[in-house]
Design a protein around this ligand. Structure first.
Ligand SMILES: NC(=O)c1ccc[n+]([C@@H]2O[C@H](COP(=O)([O-])OP(=O)(O)OC[C@H]3O[C@@H](n4cnc5c(N)ncnc54)[C@H](O)[C@@H]3O)[C@@H](O)[C@H]2O)c1
Length: 192
């Protein structure tokens, strides 16, 4: 399967490398060109046990590439994992969703074929419903772009292990086909 991981920070870099490790073709996308250059050279921009090996192995195999273009991501991916940051807003308990919104607004107009956008970032209740409407509005009419959520529970220091051998997978989907697609993505690590 062809997968994109948008936002290749802590969560996204690990997810991208591990998706390639289980056999998918992966394109990681970020706005930070220095981070993209390091990852493309097989160098993690932060320390996480085991990540360097998984990253460099899959870059060398040609299964894992990195870029900065959302148009390229839309062209490439069957499933797009959204892994951008959702920091706390200064002086408030609310999450700042501007990066999530920016990716949806930048990606959706390029989604010309049937695709699933699966959010992994930590977001408040109601975000997926709001973003579903945003995707419907911005994606080309009749293209069949859909949104799901697939929150992540990895622990720093155990991120590679937790991603390759999760003790749970949580998905929120609006259709049986989205459920099937996410099951197919994760099947190799579940012995399927
Ligand atoms: N780090 C963890 O252990 C962990 C665990 C579970 C869930 N999460 C959640 O995952 C999300 C990401 O966390 P993180 O720790 O990886 O954050 P991070 O700050 O390390 O990475 C976020 C990345 O998103 C990129 N980005 C920002 N705007 C972008 C855009 N418009 N297009 C493409 N890339 C963009 C940034 O350049 C950065 O590389 C957060 O919602 C966090 O709560 C993190």
């Amino acid at each position: 399967m062809r997968i994109t991981v948008i936002g290749t920070g802590y969560l996204g870099a690990v997810h991208a490398a591990c998706m390639a490790e289980i056999g998918h073709e992966v394109l990681g996308v970020d706005v930070d060109t220095a981070k993209i250059e390091a990852l493309a050279a097989g160098r993690p921009p932060f320390h996480e046990p085991g990540l360097g090996e998984v990253l460099s192995r899959n870059v060398e195999r040609g299964r894992l590439r990195f870029a900065t273009s959302l148009a390229e991501a839309a062209e490439f991916g069957d499933v797009h994992f959204l892994c951008v940051g959702t920091p706390q807003k200064p002086g408030s308990n609310a999450a700042d969703l501007r990066h999530v919104d920016a990716v949806i607004d930048g990606l959706a107009p390029h989604l010309h074929r049937e695709t699933l956008v699966a959010g992994k970032s930590t977001v408040p209740v109601g975000t997926a419903a709001r973003l579903t409407a945003r995707v419907r509005e911005a994606a080309p009419v009749g293209a069949g772009a859909e949104l799901a959520w697939n929150p992540e529970f990895l622990r720093e220091g155990f991120a590679v292990q937790d991603t390759l051998h999760p003790d749970r997978l949580v998905v929120g989907v609006a259709s049986a086909s989205a459920d099937d697609l996410l099951r197919a993505v994760y099947a190799p690590m579940l012995g399927g």
